[in-house]
Design a protein around this ligand. Sequence first.
Ligand code: ATP
Length: 330
Amino acid sequence: MTDAPVMTAPSATAPVMQATALQRHYEVSGGFMRKPRLLKAVAGLDFQLTPGKTLAVVGESGCGKSTLARMVAMIEEPTEGTLTLDGKPVLPDDWADLRQSVQIVFQDPYGSLNPRQRIGTILMEPLVINTKLTKAEREAKAREMLQLVGLRPEHFDRYPHMFSGGQRQRIAIARALMLDPKVLVLDEPVSALDLSIQSAILNLLTELQDRLQLAYLFISHDLGVVRHVADEVIVMYLGRAVERGSKAALFAAPQHPYTVALLSATPQANPGAEKRRIKLKGELPSPLAVPNGCAFAPRCWKAQDTCRAKTPELGAAPHSAACFFPENAG
Ligand SMILES: Nc1ncnc2c1ncn2[C@@H]1O[C@H](COP(=O)(O)OP(=O)(O)OP(=O)(O)O)[C@@H](O)[C@H]1O
C-alpha cells in the first residue's frame, strides 16, 4: 500500500517586517518662556511588509510619511510601538547588523550620491564596510548590479555629474541593493524625475522586485504613481492611517472622504472616473494642533457632531476606513 500524497494548501508568504502601533513624537520648542509641545508625526501605525509585495503609504506633505520611512530604515527610533524583522524586534543596539536587510532610496538623486566618488566606488562602499569580500569580488558585484539596474559597464568609472536624474536614481537603487536587502524603503523615489523617466524607474523597481522578491515600502504623495506600483495602500492624515486596503479595493471604492478627495485630484489615478474635483475646506491643520475627534472633520463635507466628538478607529477588515460615515461601505 502506498501512502496517499499529503496535500497542503500553499502557505501565504510570511511577512518580513511587521510594525505594531508604531509612533514617533517630537518635542517642539513652544517659543520664549513657553513649554515645549509634543508633535506626533506618526501616531500609531500597524502594517506588514511581505516579500515580493509593495505597501504604498500616501498622504499630503507633513502627514508623517518620511518619518515612517526613517523609522523603518532604522535612521530614527520609534517613540512607541514595535518593529520586527523576520520576527525579531528591531532594537537600536542591533541596527548596525540589521540595516543590511533594510535599505532606503531617497527622493533626490542629485543630493544622495557623493559627487567626488566614481560610481564604482559608490557601489562598492557598502561592501567595504559590511562584508569581507575581496576587491575583485566587490568589483564583480558592483558591475553585476550596474547591469541589473540597466546601466552599462563603462559607467563604473564615471562620476555622478555625468548622469541624468533617472540614471542617478538607477545608481541609488543599485547601491541600495549591494548588500542583498530584504526590504527597500522607497521615499518618493520618482517625485524629482520628469514624467517620462518616472515610468521607466517604476518599471525597473517592479522588475527588481519580481526577480529578487523584495518587500517594498513605497512612500508617495501621488496616487497616480501609487496606482502603478502598490499591492496594498495606507492613506495617512496627520500621522494616522485613515484608510487601508488592497490597491484594487481602494481605487475602485475609496471609503474615507479624504481618500475620495485625493483621488478626485489625481485624474491619472482613476482614468475612468467622473472628473469632479473635490476641493477640501481649509488647510491641513498643524500637527501641533490636531483637531479633536476625527482630525479630518474640519475639512470634511460629511462631518457631523459625532465626528467632532469621537475619534474613529480603523476597522480590522482588509479594506477599512477610520470614518463614521464612510463612502462605498459594502
Ligand atoms: N526632527 C523633527 N523635529 C520636529 N518635527 C519634525 C521632525 N521631523 C519631522 N517633523 C514634523 O513631523 C511632521 C511629519 O513630517 P514628515 O516629514 O514625516 O512628513 P511627510 O509626510 O513626509 O512630508 P513631506 O512629504 O513634506 O516630507 C511634520 O509636521 C514635520 O514638521
